[in-house]
Every structure is written in C-alpha cells, then in structure tokens.
Design a protein around this ligand. Structure first.
Ligand SMILES: Nc1ncnc2c1ncn2[C@@H]1O[C@H](COP(=O)(O)OP(=O)(O)OP(=O)(O)O)[C@@H](O)[C@H]1O
Ligand SMILES: [Mg+2]
Length: 250
C-alpha cells in the first residue's frame, strides 16, 4: 500500500517523438497522490500525448514512467491492460455507448473486469449514478434521452465504476455551455472529496484557466514538450513566467 507522501505518477526524463517531431523532451514531473493536479498548455503542447503515456497507451522513446510505484515499461501487454483498471477516464465527449441505458453504460466495465453477479453490478451502477446526481427516473434512458450535463455525469459514474486510484479528465468542459461547465467542475471537486479516503488522485487536462485556478491543488504548465512551471495553485496564479502570464490573461 502506498503512503500519502508518495507520488501517484512519477515521470522521469521522458522523450516522445513522432517521426522527427519531438513532442515531449526529457520531461520530468511527479503528480502527488490524493490531490487534484491540472496540466495546462497551448494546443499542440503535448498534453494528450502525456496522458497517453501515463495510461501506457504510448511508450516513451526515452525515460520511464512509474504509476502507483510500478514502472510501466516492465509490464507485459496483458499486465498493462489489467493495471489500467487503476485508471478512470472522463473524456471530452463522455463517449457513452449510444444504444445502452445509463445503468448499462455504468455496469459495462464491471461486467468486463469483475466477477460480480448481474444483481450486484446493477446495484453498484445505480449507487454510482446516484452519487453523481442522476435520479432513478433516468436510469433506463439511453444517452440521446439525456442532457449534455447528464451524459457527463453518467460518463463520470462509468469512469468511477472500478474504484480507480487515478481519475483522468481530458478537457472535461471543452465545448460545454457555462452552466454545464460549472456543474462539471463542481462534480470533479465533489468526486475528489468523496474518494479522498481511498487516496484517489485526480489529473485534469484543461484549457480553462479560471476553473483550473478554482479547483486544482497543483498546476503544471506544459509548453513545447516540457513542464515550464509547476506550482501549488496559489503560487501558480502569481507565476512570473511570461508564457504562463500570457495563458492566464488570454
Ligand atoms: N500519433 C501521433 N502521430 C504523430 N504525431 C502526433 C501523434 N499524436 C500527437 N502528435 C503530435 O504531437 C503534438 C502534440 O499533440 P497533443 O495531442 O499531445 O497536443 P495537446 O497539447 O493535447 O493539444 P490540444 O490542446 O489541441 O488537444 C502535435 O503536434 C501532434 O500533431
Ligand atoms: Mg489534447
């Protein structure tokens, strides 16, 4: 078992190239356990690439990544697949299955990865839906019968189904209206609080500076393949790094 002092993710001098394009360049950075850390950066900075490396979907060309104390490069593919159960994901477009109801969407990962009975899975799925604010009248609705905000909630419930130790959010509010954006940000904070006793870590990739400054514990700024600033949120706001200032004042 990890202690709270240990990082959830430890990135050691990783380089990632696509052809002759170096997307991440000797990047090193630790993400603390049980906290909300947001990675900001201009489009093309390499944020999604970094996320894929953390998930083990890409391999670094150099350097190593440890997640929950395990070096990802030591895993065989099947072990990596198993290990990925430690992650929950909420994507920009909740990425629900169109023909499945809310409950079915949430029990999908349980069915895939656990040996719970159908009754137990449905029970857990319903509890998760309630915990993210979905009422029982919506349990059997398919995504097209839900609002955008509700779809996000269902997506989050599904991301939480396997009690992940690390919850990843890639642009969770991009393209949403201001009210839904506010709701999703509150949901992220609420989810982090509810899962604090389990030591869950939240990692957010975002463009939304205002929300980031409100909800994060730590903020990292990625620019052209490197973390150029990484501070507790209160200090990040006062960063004198010109790129950070430019981004904050956009
Ligand atoms: N599979 C790939 N093959 C080739 N190039 C890639 C691949 N994935 C990403 N890149 C390149 O890496 C760079 C960083 O991409 P990435 O998607 O990580 O940026 P990002 O910071 O997430 O941007 P955005 O904010 O627009 O989502 C881009 O120049 C992109 O074209
Ligand atoms: Mg991206």
């Amino acid at each position: 078992m990890l202690t709270f002092e240990e990082p959830a993710v430890s990135i050691n001098s990783i380089t990632k190239e696509f052809g002759d394009h170096t997307v991440l360049n000797k990047l090193s950075f630790d993400i603390p356990r049980n906290k909300i850390t947001t990675i900001l950066g201009f489009s093309g900075a390499g944020k999604s690439t970094l996320l894929k490396l953390i998930l083990g979907l890409h391999k670094p060309d150099q350097g190593s990544i440890e997640v929950l104390g395990k070096n990802l490069s030591k895993f065989r593919p099947i072990e990596l697949r198993e290990f990925r159960q430690n992650f929950g994901m909420l994507f920009q477009y909740a990425a629900l299955f169109d023909s499945m109801t809310a409950v079915e969407n949430v029990y999908f990962p349980l069915n895939e990865f656990t040996s719970l009975s159908m009754e137990e899975m449905i029970d857990k799925a319903k509890k998760l839906l309630i915990s993210v604010g979905i009422k029982d009248i919506s349990f059997d609705r398919i995504p097209s019968e839900l609002s955008g905000g509700m779809r996000k909630r269902v997506g989050l419930a599904r991301g939480l189904a396997l009690d992940p130790l690390i919850m990843l959010y890639d642009e969770p509010t991009t393209g949403l209206d201001p009210i839904t954006t506010k709701m999703v940000n509150e949901l992220i904070v609420d989810t982090a609080k509810k899962n604090k006793d389990r030591g869950m870590t939240s990692i957010i990739i975002s463009h939304d500076v205002k929300a980031t400054l409100r909800i994060s514990d730590y903020v990292a700024f990625l620019d052209r393949g490197n973390i150029v600033e990484y501070l507790p949120v209160k200090e990040f706001e006062k960063s004198t790094n010109p790129l950070v200032q430019e981004f904050i004042n956009l």
